[in-house]
Design a protein. Structure first.
Ligand code: NDP
Length: 305
């Protein structure tokens, strides 16, 4: 078995890896950093515990219409853990019997663990973001004003995390009003919901507090020519900016925020910590996220040079 190869549903049907298998599934999946960082962490674990020598983390490209069948095969072949990425995170929710409370609140799962009664679903994105912000910006969400850009899956995880960490207020700006409204109505039962302030018109940004944390949870920044997700004139240097996009490592938003004098960080820390928490769920061991960070940063730096 080759942990660098991209496997398919056909490969899964004849899967015969004798060890404990983990995998990330999505489409596209070829450029996922998860196999590199998870296998680096497994190698580290195996130095002190022989059990982990036969653990390995693979990647599978699975079409959305094949997700249900694929999950049955992953279960049958006893994959202990799965990470789900685009476009499976929401769809998988309907295929699971047991789902953690935070994943239910977010409305998406990114981590599954094999249990005797089926896969159990979790969502580690909010935790990953919160750790990425704490370590990258040197401040936490608690009692801070937050401005979230976007209303997709990652933004929902961000809002639920901000609610659970008791942010002072949570402003949300999204391109399409329908998606923002749908997100708001699905979160309306959550504790602290009244601290959410939807930004209906860009002019409302003129009323931003003096300082806070701005989180980009849109996909703007993934491509070099993308426009900025926010007019920087609305921010002061006292704002900190966290861009969930991690490739490129220096997004335009990051560059402009730095120019303005803001603390700023892109999303590699979030990626690493959501992965580290997933590995903790599967292994029940404390994971050293530094190893995962170094492994993925090496790949990104090589790609950039
Ligand atoms: P979704 O597709 O669910 O949501 C995309 C969001 O981006 C929507 O709010 C959408 O707005 C907005 N958007 C897309 N194009 C534009 C545009 N041209 N102008 C303005 N807004 C736009 O994606 P996810 O929520 O899953 O992911 C969002 C981002 O977060 C991605 O860049 C992803 O890579 C990153 N991410 C990073 C993680 C990490 O570990 N660092 C983990 C998860 C995600 P609309 O509703 O109007 O379409």
């Amino acid at each position: 078995m080759n942990t660098e190869k991209t496997y398919t549903l056909a490969d899964l049907k004849v899967w015969d890896y004798p060890g404990t298998a983990l995998a990330v599934i999505g489409k596209p999946i070829k450029h996922s950093l998860s196999p590199i960082m998870q296998n680096a962490a497994l190698e580290q674990l195996s130095l002190n515990d022989n059990r982990f020598k036969e653990w390995a983390y693979f990647r599978f490209e699975i079409d959305p219409e094949d997700l249900s069948e694929a999950l049955e095969f992953f279960y049958q072949k006893r994959f202990l853990g799965l990470n789900l990425t685009v476009p499976h995170k929401v769809m998988a929710l309907g295929l699971l019997k047991t789902i953690s409370n935070s994943a239910k609140a977010i409305g998406a799962v990114n981590t599954l663990k094999w249990t005797a009664s089926g896969y159990e679903g979790f969502n580690t994105d909010g935790y990953g973001m919160s750790k990425g912000i704490e370590q990258g910006l040197g401040k936490g969400l608690n009692e801070n004003h937050v401005l979230i850009l976007g209303a997709g899956g990652a933004a929902r995880a961000a809002v639920v995390e901000c609610l659970s960490q008791k942010a002072a207020s949570i402003r949300i700006l999204n391109r399409s009003k329908d998606r923002l409204d749908a997100m708001l109505s699905s979160l309306s039962e959550l504790k602290g919901y009244e601290s959410i302030i939807p930004i209906e018109a860009k002019e409302d940004l003129a009323d931003l507090p003096e300082m806070g944390i701005c989180i980009n949870a849109t996909s703007l920044g993934l491509n070099q020519n993308d426009p900025l997700p926010l007019d920087m004139a609305f921010l002061t240097p006292q704002w900190a900016v966290y861009d969930m996009v991690y490739n490129p490592q220096k997004t335009q938003l990051f560059i402009e925020a730095k120019k303005l004098g803001c603390a700023a960080k892109t999303g590699l820390g979030m990626l690493v910590h959501q992965g580290a928490q997933a590995l903790e769920i599967w292994t029940e061991q404390k994971i050293d996220a530094h190893i995962m960070h170094n492994a993925s940063e090496n790949i990104l730096s090589n790609q950039a040079s």
